[in-house]
Design a protein around this ligand. Structure first.
Ligand SMILES: NC(=O)C1=CN([C@@H]2O[C@H](COP(=O)(O)OP(=O)(O)OC[C@H]3O[C@@H](n4cnc5c(N)ncnc54)[C@H](O)[C@@H]3O)[C@@H](O)[C@H]2O)C=CC1
Ligand SMILES: O=C(O)[C@@H]1CCC=N1
Length: 266
């Protein structure tokens, strides 16, 4: 596949790493206004770094946009004359609707919105997808790309804002939980490196139990909580201090913030 990433910042670099390590490219163009911070990608076969978005677009079929929301509209205007019917436009931009993209480039381009997360760098992204009417014809291509780099789910566009919080911001939320459990492990006697190893592999195991057998988390919790034991003691103390409530409140706050970001763009 001939892929371009327009705006190779935090997310763009993660996508590039995932594509390269998974051998998922015929060619890969990476664009950025200043190429210094993506020099790590120099020297890879069939990977090209450029400041020229138009060059990347002309040389590629799949165009993945990963710029800040405030920059997207101008970039769409810049590249519009270079779009042809070979192109599939994939936007990862938070809060930028398909309608707004179509308002700039029209309805005769395959448009897909993708909401991946930075775990795409290690082939473990949970990515949500939706498309415009025409893009339905190319959604299978997007699913193939993102399934190769993790797991994908195609959803209605109305759910993309929630998907942003759960999946994209979700990486930060889970990191904080892993950090907190690491801190607790240190307090309980492990050195910092050991503590993080215990926390991350336990987290990995918990997620994989659910992925493997499809159980509800409470079914797995029931298997761990010995009556009158230490697990239920700890779990209930966490809930008295608002663990679940705090996570839910935080995620709803993230969701509401996207509404503010969207208003600021108009
Ligand atoms: N960081 C994340 O985990 C996720 C980010 N997103 C979305 O992806 C987009 C990018 O986010 P980040 O990577 O975090 O931001 P970032 O600021 O790290 O990356 C954006 C990049 O675009 C480049 N850029 C700006 N104008 C350009 C132009 N005219 N031509 C080429 N490149 C240009 C910037 O130099 C920068 O490197 C945002 O819209 C964000 O909402 C979506 C899911 C996850
Ligand atoms: O924090 C943000 O606004 C972006 C969107 C999801 C991840 N990063």
């Amino acid at each position: 596949m001939k892929i371009a990433i327009i705006g190779t910042g935090n997310l763009g670099k993660s996508i590039a790493k995932g594509l390269i390590i998974n051998n998922a490219i015929t060619s890969l163009y990476l664009t950025k206004r200043n190429l210094e911070s993506i020099s790590e990608f120099e020297g890879y076969k069939n990977v090209f770094l450029t400041t020229q978005n138009t060059e990347a677009i002309q040389q590629s079929d799949i165009l993945i946009f990963a710029v800040q929301p405030a920059h997207f509209e101008n970039i769409l205007k810049e590249i519009k004359p270079h779009l042809t019917n070979k192109h599939v436009l994939i936007s990862t931009i938070t809060g930028f609707s398909i309608r707004r993209i179509e308002d700039v480039i029209g309805m005769d381009t395959f448009i897909i919105r993708a909401m991946p997360n930075t775990a795409i760098a290690v082939g473990k992204s949970m990515t949500c997808l939706c498309s415009n009417e025409l893009g339905k014809e190319r959604i299978k291509i997007a699913e193939a790309i993102f399934n190769r780099l993790g797991h994908s789910m195609t959803i209605p566009e109305a759910q993309m804002q929630a998907a942003t919080v759960v999946c994209a911001s979700g990486i930060a939320f889970w990191m904080r939980l892993i950090r907190a459990t690491t801190q607790a492990a240190i307090q309980l006697g492990f050195d910092a490196k050991e503590a993080q190893e215990l926390a991350m592999f336990t987290c990995d195991g918990a997620a994989n139990l659910l992925i493997a057998n499809g159980n509800h988390p409470e079914e797995e919790i029931d298997k761990v909580t010995t009556p009158k034991g230490c697990t239920i003691e700890g779990l209930n103390e966490m809930e008295h201090k608002g663990l679940s409530s705090s996570l839910i409140h935080g995620m709803v706050a993230s969701f509401n913030k996207i509404n503010v970001i969207k208003k600021e763009q108009l």
